[in-house]
Design a protein around this ligand. Sequence first.
Ligand code: ADP
Ligand code: MG
Length: 247
Amino acid sequence: MNTTETGAIVEVRHLNKSFGPREILRDINFTVCKGDVTTIIGPSGSGKSTLLRCLNLLETPSGGEILFHGQNIGESANIPAYRTKVGMVFQSFNLFSNLTVLENCILGQRKALKRSKAEAEKKALFYLEKVGMAEYVNAKPSQLSGGQQQRVAIARALAMEPELLLFDEPTSALDPEMVGEVLNVMQKLAAEGMTMIVVTHEMAFARDVSNHVVFMADGVICEEGEPHQLFEQPKSERTAEFLARFR
Ligand code: ADP
Ligand code: MG
């Protein structure tokens, strides 16, 4: 079957990544279909961020393939176009500190999508509204809490109207009281059908919001499956040990 038949947006096949002699990712395989919310869990240092960075080409894979709608992005002539279709939200927000909230949400649209100022503003406002940050358009990031900054970062990514949104531990840098507001936004996006891959230590989110969980350890996928199966009846000892830490 080809990807049009399966509905796959992204297929990762035999992906490898080394830094010098160190093999960081080994034979990674998984598929993400439209509307999937895939969570990636696993200990620190297992290669989760490296995998996300390979997916949006911040890192170049050392081997294997990443297919986007069936096309190998490594061979794609149009990497900038691919990048606009895959958004990323970082642990540390990565907003431009010298720009306002609105300007942060407009910049990428203007530069990469060549949208007019009016259209970019309209989209920015629409998505800032969605994350509950529309009243802060003129604020600078330093005037906002961590949770608010992360919601702006999500609006900025959404304003590009990507097909796939990657989140790398989006709540790990937040004070505990701000984790909920960001997870709520992500849960709402999931309910609206946004296709997302989320690296997280929030096990409740993985269990209750995602429809597919990938457990990574030491650069390999140890186990993957539906949340209820993986959380309640893990097949691998390694998965069970990891999950026990969160009980
Ligand atoms: P995780 O996100 O699961 O904590 P990472 O993907 O950040 O794991 O890192 C996996 C391993 O790859 C770590 O041992 C890390 O030190 C190493 N690593 C990550 N990026 C680089 C890099 N640019 N150069 C060398 N080693 C790296
Ligand atoms: Mg990481």
